[in-house]
Write a protein that binds this ligand. Structure first.
Ligand SMILES: [Fe+2]
Length: 369
């Protein structure tokens, strides 16, 4: 049984091949095209996986895509209705590309796969939910038979933070926080505000944080995000605007910090460093509160992390140092690139109900750049 997982059309396209439950190859499209965060259909990554598996596309039994486009369409539609002052022409313009690429996704995937295989692609195509792909990418390769799985990212179909409990070959969804409330999008809003590229420069903001003081942490917690003791949170949307499905800062936000966003090529100031430290402080505070509440509520020994926010290794490290859990496993490809692997593993274990033997994924071939 050959299963091909695909993530694409948002950012960081990737492919993953598993054969009878064994991970054969995972590859990111940008490694072949040298286009950073390449979001296009990962034809090079797919071909690489097929080569590693010594098979052709005809040998693939199931293709699985890492999110459910119809649910994302509902979110984009509702988001538009919430900000309908921008007019119908703006809506048509912003959504037309999305409809072309995602709403007719099955047809597009078949066409793209047919181009690779030079033949009609008639095999089964499945879709997993985005956070299910993240959770599967975190839990199934982990050495744990039981674990809580916390997924944190910018946005998927609706979920931005979700909790799952993994047991043997199944993941059980427990709760989720929905868009526009998103820790990932809040961090990205600050990434933009400090002059870095969203969905790319978040690691720079994290790297800038140690040079500053958390002078604005109280301001952030008082005005921008309400955080409960259990870590669940709600953004104050008066300080943000929704644009093309993401959260951006607005004039009220700038007034709060008494400055405009930093120009990308301008000098980095001490205030930028203090802002970076402050949002890092808030992020760590939320992640730690979530982890403590999960431990208290589920009394489980192990925690797995995935989603783009789980690339924040400082926040992950703070959970580890707190010794809340006996085991902590973070999916190295925690962002959407790992969604291809998670989708494929989800089909093998959850959909096909194959038994799971932890430690059976030790010999993954990682693609060299
Ligand atoms: Fe994601």
């Amino acid at each position: 049984m050959n299963i091909l997982g695909i993530s694409a059309y948002h950012h960081d396209s990737a492919a993953a091949l598993i054969q009878n439950g064994k991970v054969i190859s995972c590859a990111q499209e940008e490694r072949f095209t040298h286009i950073k965060h390449d979001a296009s259909f990962p034809k090079n990554a797919i071909q690489h996986c097929l080569n590693e598996g010594k098979i052709s596309l005809e040998d693939i039994n199931i293709v699985v895509f890492y999110d459910k486009p119809l649910l994302t369409f509902h979110r984009l539609l509702e988001t538009y209705l919430l900000s309908s002052h921008r007019g119908i022409s703006s809506f048509i313009k912003s959504i037309s590309t999305w409809i072309k690429e995602k709403y007719f996704l099955k047809k597009i995937l078949k066409q793209e796969l047919a181009n690779i295989g030079k033949n009609n692609f008639t095999q089964q195509i499945l879709f997993t939910q985005h956070h299910q792909s993240h959770a599967a990418a975190a839990f199934f390769p982990s050495p744990f038979t039981d674990a809580a799985v916390l997924c944190l990212d910018g946005v998927s179909e609706w979920a931005t933070t979700s909790l799952w409990v993994g047991k043997d070959n199944q993941l059980h969804h427990k709760w989720e926080i929905k868009f526009p409330n998103s820790l990932g999008l809040l961090y990205s809003a600050f990434t933009h505000f400090c002059g870095f590229t969203v969905n790319s420069g978040e690691y720079k903001l994290m790297g800038l944080a140690p040079y500053g003081e958390p002078k604005y942490a109280d301001l952030i917690l008082k005005h921008l995000i309400h955080v409960k003791d259990n870590g669940k949170y709600r953004l104050n949307m008066r300080y943000f605007k929704l644009k093309h499905g993401v959260v951006e800062t607005n004039k009220r936000f700038e007034k709060l910090f008494q400055r405009p966003p930093r120009e990308p090529d301008s000098e980095i100031t001490q205030q930028d460093m203090d802002i970076a430290r402050s949002i890092q402080f808030v992020t760590e505070d939320i992640v730690m509160k979530l982890a403590k509440a999960i431990k208290q509520d589920y009394q489980i020994d192990n925690l797995c992390l995935a989603g783009g926010v789980a690339l924040n290794c400082i926040a992950n490290g703070s959970i580890w140092k707190e010794k809340l859990f006996k085991g902590l496993w973070v999916q190295p490809a925690a962002g959407d690139v790992g969604g291809a692997l998670g989708a494929a593993l989800s089909v093998w274990f959850e959909h096909l109900k194959n038994p799971r033997l932890p430690h059976s994924f030790e010999d993954v071939n990682f693609t060299k750049s």
